[in-house]
Design a protein around this ligand. Structure first.
Ligand SMILES: Cc1ncc(COP(=O)(O)O)c(C=O)c1O
Length: 341
């Protein structure tokens, strides 16, 4: 394999063009065969439902080069299921799991030369997405869909790696409403959060931490990741109907239990901020990012001593990354080798 000429160790979390993407069309009631394309652009009708009425959902997962040179993806079936759940909630045609997996594997295999070398700290980010493409001017679900997968090599989302980030609790802007679609990966959820994130960045924070929209008293999640805290030997993470069910979080809960920690998935009051020993963000892009401090109503609660991640956060991060990259054996059956890599 002739690897792409990139500085893999210093990649940003940003789009970089790759060789191919995969497209599957839902037309006249059935899914087409996958098409592999080198075109980075789409031809869409200007009245497509996705452009006006928001039938647009996506997923994010990563592929890693293992020490033996094969490429593996982390829990792709979970992403397939979550895309289907998002589709059902937005009245879109759910993509069959085998169609999803086949498109993901084809996209990775076609871009093998962009998979960062093992232990470079980078990964191939995979972005499956689905949009309603039928031309409509009345508000109603599209009858036609495009399901597509592209890939791009990325470094960590929070550039500093295991260096703690600062968060601010957001009390003015809501990301998701009770009874809304905050538990789906709907594109509109991210537009709804941009005002809050951009304002927080201007103030020197990395992200905001949203509260439940109804009472503003329980922690939900941040704009692009779930939240966890460590209290003694307990891993705590918010249970809420308006957050995205993070696959990273679900996995880390298993690792935490296997490390002997108690795991509590429950409503987490913002009043508990002072009682955490460690805190962190969980997600495909964030992996496990330690949270050094959270500012709430002008008070800064700190969780990282001398600017370093705590011992439990560090241990969870190392174990997760070792499994994802194939450095350690995967006893959970989470990783799938991509055929043809
Ligand atoms: C809003 C939100 N919460 C949580 C997550 C983390 O989910 P996962 O671990 O499945 O990537 C993401 C994205 O990755 C997200 O966009």
């Amino acid at each position: 394999m002739d690897r792409a000429d990139l500085d893999f160790a210093n990649l940003p979390f940003a789009y970089h063009p790759t060789d191919a993407n995969v497209r599957v069309f839902f037309r006249e009631g059935s899914w087409s065969l996958p098409e592999v394309s080198s075109d980075q652009y789409l031809t869409l009708h200007m009245a497509s439902v996705c452009l006006h009425y928001g039938q647009a959902i996506f997923e994010g997962l990563k592929a890693y080069e293992r020490p033996d040179g094969q490429v593996q993806t982390f829990r792709p079936r979970e992403n397939a299921r979550r895309l289907r759940r998002s589709a059902q909630k937005l009245l879109m045609e759910p993509v069959p799991e085998d169609v999803f997996l086949d498109a993901v594997f084809r996209a990775v295999a076609a871009n093998r030369r962009f998979v960062p070398p093992h232990a470079s700290g980078a990964a191939l980010y995979i972005r499956p997405f689905q949009i309603g493409t039928r031309a409509e001017v009345g508000v109603k679900p599209s009858a036609d869909y495009l399901f597509m997968v592209f890939c791009t090599p990325v470094g960590p989302y929070y550039k500093a790696g295991l260096t703690p980030v600062r968060l601010r609790v957001e009390e003015q802007i809501d990301r998701a409403a009770p009874g809304g679609v905050g538990d789906t990966k709907a594109a509109g959820n991210y537009a709804a959060g941009m005002r809050a994130t951009m304002a927080a960045k201007k103030e020197g924070y990395s992200e905001v931490l949203y509260l439940d929209a109804r009472t503003k008293s329980f922690i939900d999640e941040s704009g692009s990741s779930n939240f966890f805290a460590i209290q003694g030997d307990t891993f705590i993470t918010p249970a809420s109907p308006s957050i995205l069910a993070s696959i990273t979080n679900k996995s880390v809960q298993v690792l935490a239990r296997d490390m002997g920690l108690c795991v509590e998935e429950r409503p987490v009051s913002v009043e508990e901020l002072g009682s955490f020993d460690e805190a962190g963000a969980l997600g495909t892009a964030a992996v496990i990012t330690p949270v050094g401090s959270i500012t709430y109503r002008g008070e800064e609660f700190t969780y990282a001593k001398e600017g370093k991640a705590g011992p439990i956060t560090t241990a969870l991060f190392e174990r997760l990354v070792a499994i994802q990259t194939g450095e350690q054996e995967d006893p959970y059956g989470w990783c799938d080798v991509v055929p043809g890599t």
